[in-house]
Structures are given as structure tokens and as C-alpha cells.
Design a protein around this ligand. Structure first.
Ligand code: SF4
Ligand code: SF4
Length: 177
């Protein structure tokens, strides 16, 4: 959720894919409280958010349209290790950053996958992180990955992505980068 603006781009390799689109699942912010913590309450919805390891401090401000959601502490009770500004909306469980416009650079720079694999209805079926680490959300896709994708050897990164994309597209999935 560190780049929760639909359509925001996080990767230069766009020659074949649509831009990165955050699904607002909140996973990326749900344990980052071990790194980011509020070191000062400056009042009026402004806080100093400090990186425990780098010492970097960011003045963040709760957006007026997020104030009510920020006041709901359910998220911090459910996810005690979450960033103090992560909130899940009750109606649909979508994640929001209460300080999205002023969030730290590390959050702006974050991209959570190399490939996002969606079912035809747009729901998430799986992600590829790092070089080729596969995280499935869908049993059918997990089987296809195991049987047809896992052992694919290609000479280069783009060639591997191209091959995997066309194979999964043929299987009915939507692949995004
Ligand atoms: S893990 Fe990825 S999809 Fe989920 S909220 Fe974070 S950036 Fe968005
Ligand atoms: S500041 Fe916002 S984007 Fe960054 S970790 Fe916290 S909730 Fe996520």
C-alpha cells in the first residue's frame, strides 16, 4: 500500500504491460511498524514518522478525508506491527495510508512485485517477487506454475517474463508488471 494510487507506475519495463496498480491489500504496511514509528505528535494531525534503522524523519500529515478512518483504531488492534498510519476500511477491507500525500520516500519508491497475475474478474491470483519467487493466491494457478512455469529457463529476464506472460495469458490470466 505504499503506492496506493491506482495507475501509479513503479517500474520502467512497460513495453508489454500496463502500469503497476496497487490492490490495496495492505500487506506491505502491515509489519512495517517494526521500522517506522511515530517519534513525535506535532498536533493538528501532523506527526514525525521516524525510520528506526536509518534515522530518517518525515513530517507526515493525516489527510482531511482520512481523518475519520485514522481515528478508527481497529487496524492497530488487529495488526499491532503495522505502520501506525495503515487503516483498513471496514466495508471492503481495502487498505489506506492515512498520510498518503506526505508518506516517506521509502514508501513512494516501493513496488511489491515483478509480475502481478490476475484472474479474468480482476481478483489477484498470484505474484512473482524478486527474480522468480512465486506467491500464489489461487490453487489452479499454483498447479500451472508447478507444472508449466517453474522450470522455464530463458537466457534473459525479459525473455523469461515474455514467455511466462504468454503462457499464463493463454491459460486465461491477466499478467501485469
Ligand atoms: S502489498 Fe502491493 S498491492 Fe498490497 S498494498 Fe502493498 S503495494 Fe499495494
Ligand atoms: S506511511 Fe503509509 S505507505 Fe508508508 S508504511 Fe505507513 S501506511 Fe504504508
Amino acid at each position: 500500500m505504499r503506492e496506493p494510487v491506482p495507475g501509479a507506475s513503479c517500474n520502467a519495463r512497460r513495453w508489454r504491460f500496463t502500469p503497476f496498480e496497487c490492490q490495496q491489500c495492505g500487506e506491505c504496511c502491515s509489519v512495517i511498524g517494526q521500522v517506522l514509528f511515530i517519534s513525535r505528535d506535532c498536533g493538528d494531525g501532523r506527526y514525525i514518522l521516524t525510520n528506526r534503522y536509518t534515522g530518517e524523519k518525515t513530517l507526515v500529515e493525516v489527510a482531511p478525508d482520512q481523518a475519520a478512518l485514522f481515528g478508527d483504531r481497529t487496524t492497530t488492534e488487529r495488526y499491532p506491527e503495522a505502520c501506525p498510519f495503515l487503516r483498513f476500511r471496514r466495508e471492503d477491507e481495502k487498505a489506506f495510508c492515512a498520510v498518503h500525500l506526505t508518506r516517506p520516500d521509502m514508501c513512494r519508491d516501493f513496488g511489491c512485485w515483478r509480475l502481478l497475475i490476475l484472474k479474468p474478474d480482476g481478483s489477484r491470483a498470484g505474484r512473482v517477487m524478486g527474480r522468480s519467487h512465486f506467491c500464489p493466491d489461487d490453487a489452479d494457478l499454483a498447479r500451472i506454475w508447478e507444472d508449466q512455469v517453474r522450470d522455464i529457463e530463458e537466457p534473459g529476464d525479459e525473455s523469461w517474463i515474455r514467455t511466462v506472460t504468454s503462457l499464463l495469458t493463454l491459460a486465461g490470466y491477466i499478467v501485469r508488471q
